[in-house]
Design a binder for this molecule. Structure first.
Ligand code: HXC
Length: 257
């Protein structure tokens, strides 16, 4: 399958999805959104794929939503068409997805990276929510996910001034999980994805679901939710295998069942 705006490669149990609009620094237009949704829907159903790496180019992960496409939109079109709400499907993807970010991750690009489960950044990465410089505000979750990731002070700073933060500041602030040299970015992200994809899929999906609930529930409800998921994993063959392997001092061979 070929796509206009994406490159898709499957290596073992990992799908590598590369945003590919080099002429526009991977600006996110409606084709990117539609194609990414299509790819992820396929990956969701494919039991042979356990994790996804989402990346861009060396210069840009994505420089934001496509300004040229948005420019002429009016309120009624945006409202009635529920403009950009389709990205929520990307955020709701159930398998683990790692963002491998090099260069610019601005506006919708930063928001897309934040829809992933964690971000591995190259030393060249630059994150920002520059929508204010265009007379608008973040619309794909920037004011919400960024605030939850880095707290009010940094989120306000970025959303109100439109300034960029480099990889070191992003890691210090909790936006980025790891920083690596640019030439090692993809390798590091794929290795992390391979590691995750080799674990028990039900446990992996429940771990993701449980961490995400921390953003929505009270502590008491979140703890109850986590405990119920934990209990349910004792119904899996992989729990038997994982614990037997530990006791027998061997490597577990998970069957994803
Ligand atoms: C459309 C874009 C684009 C974007 C870059 N390009 N960003 N096209 N939408 N978001 C295009 C440029 O027009 C140019 O095309 C080409 O990509 C190369 O960009 P340059 O500006 O020439 O590169 P450079 O000088 O290196 O500057 C890089 C940059 C700058 C600092 C990242 O491009 C920039 O500021 N881009 C916009 C960033 C931004 O404001 N993002 C937020 C968008 S709003 P041509 O044809 O001229 O060569 C948003 C809202 C999300 O994301 C919320 C929901 C929709």
């Amino acid at each position: 399958m070929t796509y206009e705006t994406l490159l898709v490669e499957v290596r073992g149990r990992v799908a590598i999805v590369t945003l590919n609009r080099p002429q526009a620094l991977n600006a996110l237009n409606s084709t990117v959104m539609a194609e990414l949704r299509q790819v992820l829907a396929g990956v969701q159903k494919d039991g042979d794929i356990g994790a996804v790496v989402l990346t861009g180019s060396e210069k840009a992960f994505a420089a934001g939503a496509d300004i040229k496409e948005m420019q002429s939109l009016d309120f009624v079109d945006a409202y009635l068409g529920d403009f950009i709400s389709g990205w929520e499907e990307v955020a709701g993807f159930r398998k683990p997805m790692i963002a491998a970010v090099s260069g610019f991750a601005l506006g919708g690009g930063c928001e897309l990276a934040m829809m992933c489960d964690f971000i591995i950044a190259s030393t060249t990465a630059k994150f920002g929510q520059p929508e204010i410089t265009l007379g608008v505000i973040p619309g794909m979750g920037g004011s919400q996910r960024l605030t939850r990731a880095v707290g009010k002070a940094k989120a306000m700073d970025l959303c109100l001034t439109g300034r960029m933060m480099d990889a070191a500041e992003a890691e210090r602030s909790g936006l980025v999980a790891r920083i690596v040299e640019p030439e090692r970015l993809l390798e590091e992200a794929i290795a992390a994805a391979e590691k995750i994809a080799a674990f028990s899929a039900p446990a992996v999906l429940m771990a993701k679901e449980s961490v995400n609930r921390a953003f929505e529930l009270t502590l008491a409800e979140g703890l109850r939710f986590e405990r119920r998921l934990f209990h349910s994993l004792f119904a899996t063959e992989d729990q038997k295998e994982g614990m037997a392997a530990f006791v027998q001092k061997r490597k577990a061979a998970f069957r994803n069942r």
